[in-house]
Design a binder for this molecule. Structure first.
Ligand code: NCD
Length: 348
């Protein structure tokens, strides 16, 4: 894997590998020093041209926990504000010798365009209505933890499907993993041509509730809505919101998801967002090991090529660790550093 622009780049085997790798990075999170030297010496640029809190901080932490150097490119103080073209900005960053660019942009297609201007690995952190592949991966990871297996799960995704890159990514990833996906919402918020999508469409949320394993609520994308797609927020909630009453119709073991940020009281009632079936915070937590896995796959020496070598080396032991007094990061002895990184990143 050299880059991650879309879930379409991922085969079923790639997804399974990322899930397994994320498990081993989740174990790293439980250590006193939750850091491994796998991407030491690599530089990751976070180029967020659109607002974000959770995705940016999640990538930031993920890269740091792999010991990469992280450069936060701030659009507010960048030369793009002075009229510099996106291409010039990318070529300038590229000339500094970076290894990966994590891109968020309001226009669909920006990450693939950027990948033509740089040799660095490009990871899409959300582009317009198009794709948000790491969100889909972290959602799948969260579901795998809750359900054990996604194969055969009945998942309903509700709300503003048309403007949602999360819906596009999740439909692709969930169905590749064997789930049955139903999209539900008002006709005005459905994509105009959905004929090729491997989904069922419904305009009746209430009739689905008792049958599904997963209720995935989407945020109303106010920043992308042209006026008039639904009458009022109140009317939207009454027909399409996951109210306390509707949540009562879901099975007791159903999983409630939302990518955040939530509009409490619109697509989801505050009481529902806080109940134990709602895994919103688990989704956030999953973001770190999943993004570590993605960064490792695009920047690391490659799990398959090196896993065996690491596992076979008897000299690679936990005792080779020491904690650096300066930055608290985990240091390995120089001769075993590479093998250590491999061992840390592979399933132990
Ligand atoms: C999503 C996004 O930005 O696409 N949020 C996120 O990444 N956590 C969903 C949204 O904004 O509705």
């Amino acid at each position: 894997m050299r880059q991650l622009i879309s879930t379409a780049d991922l085969s079923r085997a790639d997804i399974d590998d990322l899930m397994v790798l994320a498990d081993s990075f989740a174990e790293v999170q439980t250590r006193d020093v939750p850091k491994v030297p796998a991407l030491r010496g690599r530089t990751v640029v976070l180029a967020f041209f659109e607002d974000s809190t959770r995705t940016r901080t999640s990538f930031d932490l993920a890269a740091r926990r792999l010991s990469a150097d992280v450069l936060n490119f701030s659009v507010a103080s960048s030369a793009t504000k002075k009229g510099e073209s996106l291409r010039d900005t990318v070529e300038t960053i590229n000339a500094m010798g970076i290894d990966a660019i994590v891109v968020r942009h309001r226009s669909s297609g920006t990450p693939i365009q950027i990948s033509r201007w740089t040799d660095a690995a490009v990871i899409n952190a959300g582009d317009g209505w198009h794709q948000h592949p790491t969100q889909a991966l972290l959602d799948a990871y969260t579901l795998r933890q809750r359900l054990g297996d996604i194969d055969g799960a009945k998942i309903a995704i509700c709300g503003d499907i048309n403007h949602s890159r999360v819906a596009r990514s999740n439909v692709d990833l969930f169905t590749k993993m064997g789930a049955e996906v139903t999209l539900v919402g008002p006709q005005t918020l459905m994509p105009p041509d959905i004929s090729g999508w491997p989904v069922t469409i419904s305009h009746d949320l209430d009739s689905l509730l008792s049958e599904i394993d997963v209720m995935y609520m989407l945020r109303i994308q106010t920043e992308r809505l042209s006026a008039g797609l639904f009458p009022t927020v109140r009317e939207y909630r009454s027909r399409w919101g996951l109210t306390v009453q509707r949540a009562g119709e879901l099975r007791s073991d159903a999983v409630i998801m939302h990518p955040g940020p939530m509009n409490r009281g619109v697509e989801i009632d505050p009481e529902v967002a806080s109940e134990p079936r709602c895994v919103v915070l688990d989704q956030v937590a999953s973001g770190i090991p999943v993004r570590m896995a993605v960064l490792y796959q695009v920047l690391g020496p490659g799990r398959f090529a090196n896993e065996e070598a690491a596992v076979d080396r008897p000299d690679v032991e936990e005792s080779n660790h020491s904690v650096s007094p300066t930055d608290g990061s985990v240091e390995a002895e120089p001769d075993t550093k590479q093998a250590m990184a491999m061992k840390e990143a592979s399933c132990q």
